[in-house]
Design a protein around this ligand. Structure first.
Ligand code: ADP
Ligand code: GLC
Length: 496
């Protein structure tokens, strides 16, 4: 199968969240299974530096028409590290040579619509010029949501895309790429598509909706989230549109890129370990982390960790609501993240007031993220909603017991430590339903009790570490979706 994956971020080139991990891991897994996969990304400023030596110019360049403007795109070429998966990088310094990927100082760039329409059109133009002739173009999130529409409306008749189907993956319904209606002019598409069934949503042009409506198959990143987003509570207004896709909407749980997230080989952690040696390995890592973040070096205290965008999605309102209460217990917290200044301030203030219990690191730090995964005893992920979530899976692989709110991918990967689940050998974490600070406080206390239970705790740790969290299964599921997209394209195009 020949697949082009278009994404606005991918490790190690550029990352703000889990999309970057997925957009690199899936092509790697498909490539390893013998498929011909190409990844296309914007050439951001963040690619300069150590990565630059792996990036080479090509002689491919072309103009992209955006309304009355013509903007030049240049294509550079690289590959995913330690693979032969080619990466095409779309260069236009006016759009991508900026301090942030999507925003600066907490404010989205005003021209985000224009930037990513430019990127999306460039993906198709580059694919045509490299004569890839893909079976599948796989677009991800609103930034590339226009691609399925462009394919269906403009490109399907061209020889380069005559047998190409589209797959669109929703990583988060909360980000929809909703822009004022005049931005329709930048798409180059006819106004007739600006209607409530296709690109319009509450008077705006909505790029997430566009991707959902025009793609041959739609996926999202866990089976539970695929169900949840068809309800008003989680659908962010698009639940009806999603229900309209029927069984063309499929949930596939993300995996773990074991070349990057593996405690046995991770170069960022103090001591490598596996399921047989985690006790010593984790305690060496814990000691080092406690020292690094200036917490008392105690092996007997339960250490809770969290690495996250600091937003409402991730449950920081619950943490803020129960922190003073649970800090009466004998425990330690280490938080790493950036995001809403409101939450950054709350965490910094907890760190200042509880110096022997809370370490709050505000920033984005890849190495520290690995060390937290390896060193902590419990990983906190009380997300209000979570399409998939990667850190709970990294935690399971690292023997760090996750404590999660049972939504989306958290419900699909964490099995609660009930007496029955422990007895059956299935339990791998703690999971709760009621979204309230009192419930989180209760679960944190429950985790402390379990942590001191010398029979249950090792079982939770080893159950998590023993399961295969790699991308193999998910990549197979994506291939099945690609097959279905190839078959359904014909039928879908007739219904337009
Ligand atoms: P989301 O994509 O919603 O932010 P995920 O759990 O899918 O959540 O993925 C988050 C990814 O971003 C993980 O790889 C996590 O380790 C990483 N990450 C988030 N915040 C930081 C940070 N401050 N420093 C380093 N890595 C971070
Ligand atoms: C989004 C979601 C997260 C998911 C990630 C990768 O950022 O918030 O739950 O794991 O995409 O699919």
């Amino acid at each position: 199968m020949k697949v082009v994956l278009a994404s606005s971020e991918a490790v190690p080139f550029a990352k703000t969240g889990g999309l970057a991990d997925v957009a690199a891991a899936l092509p790697k897994a498909l490539g390893a299974a013998g498929h011909d996969v190409w990844l296309v990304l914007p050439y951001y400023r963040q690619l300069s530096g150590p990565l630059e030596s792996t990036i080479h110019p090509t002689d491919v360049e072309f103009p992209i028409e955006l309304g009355s403007k013509s903007v030049q795109a240049r294509v550079f070429r690289s590959s995913l590290p330690e693979t032969d998966v080619p990466v095409l990088l779309i260069d236009q310094p006016d759009y991508f040579d900026r301090p942030g990927l999507y925003q600066q100082d907490g404010h989205d760039y005003d021209d985000n619509c224009e930037r990513f329409l430019f990127f999306s059109r460039s993906v198709l133009e580059a694919v045509a010029r490299f004569e890839i002739r893909p079976d599948i173009v796989h677009a991800n999130d609103w930034q590339t949501g226009i691609i399925p529409a462009l394919l269906k409306i403009e490109y399907q008749e061209t020889p380069e895309f005559s047998s190409t189907s589209s797959v669109f993956t929703i990583h988060n319904m909360a980000f929809q790429g909703s822009f004022w209606h005049w931005d329709m002019l930048l798409t180059g598409l006819d106004w007739k598509y600006f209607n409530w069934r296709q690109m319009e949503f509450f008077g705006n042009m909505n790029l997430l909706k566009t991707g959902i409506v025009f793609s041959d198959m739609v996926t999202t990143v866990s089976p539970t989230y695929a169900q949840e987003i068809q309800t008003p509570e989680f659908g962010c207004g698009l639940n009806g549109v999603l229900r309209g896709r029927g069984d063309s909407l499929v949930g596939i749980l993300n995996g773990v890129d074991t070349a990057i997230w593996n405690p046995a080989t991770d170069p960022h952690i103090t001591e490598n370990y596996d399921v047989n040696s985690y006790k010593t390995g984790k305690s060496v890592c814990k000691d080092h982390l406690q020292q690094a973040v200036s917490l008392p070096r105690r092996s007997d205290v339960p250490l809770f960790g969290m690495i996250s965008r600091m937003t409402d999605q991730k449950g920081f309102d619950l943490i803020a609501g129960c922190a003073e209460d649970v800090l009466q217990e004998d425990l330690q917290f280490v938080f790493l993240g950036t995001g809403d200044s409101h939450y950054e301030e709350i965490l910094k203030s907890l760190g200042d007031r509880y110096t022997d219990k809370v370490a709050a690191v505000i920033g984005f730090d890849e190495m520290l993220a690995h060390q937290i995964e390896a060193s902590c005893d419990i990983y906190l992920m009380p997300s209000r909603f979570e399409p998939c979530g990667l850190n709970q899976m990294y935690s399971l692989a690292y023997g760090t017991v996750p404590l999660v709110h049972a939504v989306g991918g958290l419900a699909d990967s964490v099995i609660d430590a009930t007496t029955e689940n422990i007895a059956a050998g299935h339990a791998n974490g703690l999971s709760f339903n009621e979204y309230s600070p009192e419930q989180l406080a209760h679960q944190i206390r429950r985790a402390i009790t379990l942590y001191h239970d010398e029979s249950a705790w090792p079982q939770l740790v080893s159950t998590g570490m023993s399961r295969d969290w790699s991308w193999n299964q998910s990549a197979t599921d994506y291939l099945a979706v690609y097959e279905r997209a190839l078959h359904s394209r014909e039928a879908a195009s007739q219904s337009l």
